[in-house]
Design a protein around this ligand. Structure first.
Ligand code: SAM
Ligand code: SF4
Ligand code: SF4
Length: 341
């Protein structure tokens, strides 16, 4: 099929470049800002297996997205490593023509050395591991399942050893909970080749009780790091990159800042998200995804599916974060673990 990527722009002229694929809505953590335990208890109705897209369905959709110009895929969740036989999916996705980058975001809990090597061998290029604190009690308070810091640090090293580099480390900063960990995290990972990305706590979903007061602005985070270890801005490594990059003046690597709340980057947002049950969202703050599974399972042809995907993208006018200040009260939203971070 011809490359139609040039033609596919949304209402604000943004091309479709990245697809985030959430492979499961389940997770073995109960991070207080994502899946608070009180709501996601043992009786929570997670999706039954038959409702999840199969690997073949995911690969078929990803192939159609790549024909519309998507170059980057990221596997996420829930916790993606919970999904059985993920290597098979990775192999299939890595073989799609036009896909230049295949990455994954994980909490690291299941990422042993062997697992990291298997993922690499299957065709995964890079990995992002989430870690919100180095202090044991702060981290356990945040993951809320008593998962130890040391196991996540081992996972980061396992990823690096397997060549899933540079390893990025996502730290969601929530005021009063883990903001005292900003400097220790920067210090620990300086000079390791891994890149810590400080993420402003976002108002995704409806269950985390988000308040603007809980956000530590990225400018403040940067200032705190810069005071200890001076940094200079670095150019984006690719168009549409959400993290602002800064390099330590002393050559000890770089950090990233994701200022989704205080400095929204909707103008350059090229992402769409596929939920585990096959709904397509064109914004992290989407309300209602478009059900592609129904189309897939009712026998729609590639041409029909491709037209639907194309028309969803060309109709896209999302810019929730940029409009956030103007919108009051906030609109209803989808939960993040359903569509992936
Ligand atoms: N379970 C995997 C993990 O934690 O890495 C992948 C899914 S998780 C939803 C993806 C990313 O979203 C994680 O780095 C997580 O810290 C981040 N995240 C979740 N809730 C968030 C929130 N309210 N604000 C900012 N980032 C959030
Ligand atoms: Fe699970 Fe990731 Fe959400 Fe934490 S942030 S509860 S690890 S999906
Ligand atoms: Fe993209 Fe929506 Fe986030 Fe804006 S709010 S950057 S459009 S996902």
């Amino acid at each position: 099929m011809a490359d139609i990527s040039q033609a596919l722009l949304d209402k604000f002229g943004r091309p479709a470049r990245d697809l985030r694929i959430s492979v499961t809505d389940r997770c073995n953590f109960r991070c207080v800002y994502c899946m608070p335990k009180e709501i996601y208890g043992t009786d929570f109705p997670f999706l039954p297996r038959r409702e999840l897209l199969t690997f073949e369905e995911i690969t078929r959709l990803a192939t159609l997205f790549s024909r519309h110009g998507v170059k980057k895929l990221r596997l996420t969740g829930g916790e993606p490593l919970i999904r059985r036989d993920l290597d098979t999916l990775i192999q299939q996705l890595a073989a799609i023509p036009g896909i230049c980058d295949l990455a994954m975001t994980t909490n690291g809990s299941l990422l042993t050395r062997d697992r990291a090597q298997q993922l690499r061998a299957a065709g995964l290029n890079r990995i992002t591991v989430s870690l919100d604190a180095l202090n044991e009690s702060v981290f356990q308070q945040m993951n809320d399942v008593s998962f130890p810091v040391s196991r996540v640090l081992e996972a980061i090293e396992a990823a690096a050893q397997a060549g899933l580099t540079p390893v990025k480390i996502n730290m969601v900063v929530r005021k009063g909970l883990n903001d005292q960990e900003i400097e220790p995290m920067a210090e620990y990972f300086r000079g390791t080749g891994h890149v810590v990305r400080f993420i402003e706590y976002m108002d995704v979903g409806t269950t985390n009780g988000w308040k603007l007061d809980d956000v530590v602005p990225a400018a403040e985070i940067l200032d705190r790091v810069n005071r200890r270890w001076p940094v200079i801005p670095e150019n984006p490594s690719q168009p549409g990159e959400v993290a602002r990059r800064y390099r330590y003046r002393d050559g000890h690597g770089e950090i990233g800042l994701i200022a989704s709340v205080t400095q929204p980057f909707c103008h350059s947002c090229t992402r769409s998200r596929l939920s585990p049950d096959g709904r397509l969202y064109t914004c992290l703050f989407g309300v209602d995804g478009r059900d592609l599974r129904e189309l897939l399972r009712s026998g729609a042809s590639d041409a029909v599916l491709s037209d639907v995907i194309g028309s969803i993208w060309t109709a896209r006018n999302d810019r929730y974060s940029a409009d956030r200040q103007a919108e009051s009260p906030p609109l209803p939203k989808v939960e993040m673990f359903r569509i992936g971070g």
